[in-house]
Design a protein around this ligand. Structure first.
Ligand code: GAR
Length: 215
């Protein structure tokens, strides 16, 4: 079983999608051992408690800078012996030492089709505001591995979602979550935990499902 921690900052609907997929057996070989929040008031913490998953708060506000915040998360992950880290609505970029130590072991969900509307400054509702302002006809979501630069790592899964003429940032955000994020994030976590991701440079190849051997 792959010991997994989910990092959150807010509502936690993506965390909920992972919890539900685990309950329904849609994520294989994964043990969700910790939910770590950058925000003590995040509703995601209630979702984790309800699912009886241990929670930890590493409050961004009490750290002087990003490096010391990132270091505290790094220490917690090591203390808990975590193999896979999932950023599910986690609103901060992690520092290079942590990203290097967990190379190809941190999965992020981004609410757009990377490389569109991604990188520094593109998070949460801002992504959908930018997509509507640009006038794109499709948007979507991307599950990818993290590198030091925001939203720039190898892409695991993407799913496109239609943009409607009467969309607001809120309606587009909701559709992207429902039709894309909540599906591809649990799927990407399962693929990792099943050992089905082969990474060569920026390219991620999805290997076939392991076949049962002879009885
Ligand atoms: C989600 O749409 C997620 O993709 C986005 O914030 C929302 C969090 O919702 N993340 C980013 O923009 C990170 N760059 P949630 O807390 O309900 O999962």
């Amino acid at each position: 079983m792959v010991k997994t921690a989910v990092l959150v900052s807010g509502g936690g609907t993506n965390l909920q999608a992972i919890i539900d997929a685990l309950i329904f057996g849609e994520i294989k070989n994964c043990e969700l051992t910790a939910v770590i929040s950058s925000n003590p008031d995040a509703y995601a913490l209630r979702r984790a408690e309800f699912a009886e998953i241990p929670t930890y708060v590493i409050d961004r506000k009490i750290f002087a800078n990003r490096a010391s915040f990132s270091e505290a998360i790094h220490k917690k992950l090591e203390d808990l012996d975590i193999e896979l880290v999932v950023l599910a609505g986690f609103m901060f970029v992690l520092d290079p030492p942590l990203v290097r130590a967990y190379r190809n072991r941190i999965i992020n969900i981004h609410p757009a089709l990377i490389p569109s509307f991604s990188g520094s400054g593109y998070y949460g509702l801002r992504v959908h505001e930018a997509a509507l302002e640009y006038g794109v006809k499709v948007s979507g979501a991307t599950a990818h591995f993290c590198v030091s630069e925001a939203d720039a790592g190898p892409i695991i899964l993407q799913k496109a979602v239609e943009v409607r003429e009467d969309d607001t940032p809120q309606t587009l955000q909701r559709r992207v979550m429902e039709e894309a994020e909540w599906k591809i994030l649990p799927a990407a976590v399962s693929l990792y935990c099943e050992g089905r991701l082969e990474i060569t440079g920026r390219a991620v190849k999805i290997l076939g499902e392991p076949q049962d051997g002879p009885a």
